[in-house]
Design a protein around this ligand. Structure first.
Ligand code: Z5A
Length: 218
């Protein structure tokens, strides 16, 4: 029997270290014999990547919060149809750099859109699909922004002020506190190797709880 792959999402504010941690976890899962793909949002499929360009383009000034929300979910619908759902159905683990928790954090916390409205689109686009595990890389926004801003021209989100990221962080922590079974909050100020060890430990626990690795060859 082929079992569904597991869906793990990486969340946190700008510069928290999400992208840095995906490859080491993918390598570790591969070493355990698990098929794995890595992907990101917004993006992860050809049309979704085009929507990503629209969303991050800092010359798109004055985009309404509702338009931004709908673009994020349009990209997600494509990403799910083209990449995530087929991979999970084939028994492949999917590691995704940001998913719908980012919508609650940025469009909800940052832009002030009510969580109830976001939930309507979440149900419409995802049906019952939710991540099996969400890793929240937590750190003070000033630290994350200092890391990220070393990279050159800020995009449309990076150009936001500190309180925008503080609001996003607060939403991540509130969501994690409300559903501790699905979330792990990691101290992202720790050195990279220590964060990697915590990520792998969290996923190993999930695999053990769910007997996830034993299903790969069945
Ligand atoms: N967005 C949204 O609004 N709504 C949504 O629903 C979704 C997304 C899905 C995507 O931007 C933007 O889309 C995002 C929210 C919005 N914008 N913001 N803010 P992105 O994908 O370009 O940006 P990002 O996801 O924030 O990625 P990032 O800035 O690259 O952050 P990161 O992936 O968490 O960090 P990193 O690239 O792994 O590391 C950043 C730097 O820190 C790098 O130099 C590392 O070497 C360093 N680093 C990483 N970990 C450490 C530790 N532990 N110690 C020291 N230094 C470290």
């Amino acid at each position: 029997m082929t079992k569904q792959g597991r869906f793990i999402t990486f969340e946190g504010i700008e510069g928290a270290g999400k992208s840095s941690q995906i490859a080491p976890l993918a390598d570790w899962l591969s070493a355990q014999g698990q098929p794995v793909v890595t992907t990101r949002e917004p993006g992860g499929s050809p049309i979704a990547e085009r929507i990503r360009t629209l969303l991050l383009d800092r010359t798109n000034t004055g985009m309404s919060g509702t338009a931004e929300l709908l673009l994020v979910f349009a990209a997600r619908a494509e990403h799910l149809a083209q990449a995530i759902t087929p991979a999970l159905s084939a028994g492949t683990w999917v590691l995704c750099d940001r998913f719908t928790d980012a919508t609650y954090a940025y469009q909800g916390g940052g832009r002030g859109i009510a969580a109830e409205r976001i939930a309507i689109l979440e149900d419409l686009v995802q049906g019952t699909l939710r991540p099996d595990l969400t890793l929240v890389f937590d750190l003070p926004p000033a630290v994350g922004l200092a890391r990220a801003r070393g990279r050159g021209e800020p995009d449309r989100f990076e150009a936001e002020r500190l309180h925008f990221f503080e609001a996003a962080r607060a939403v991540y922590l509130a969501r994690a506190a409300a559903a501790p079974g699905r979330y792990r909050v990691l101290d992202a100020t720790q050195p990279l190797a220590e964060v990697t060890a915590t990520v792998i430990r969290s996923v190993a626990e999930l695999a053990q709880e769910e007997d996830a690795f034993s299903s790969a060859d069945e």
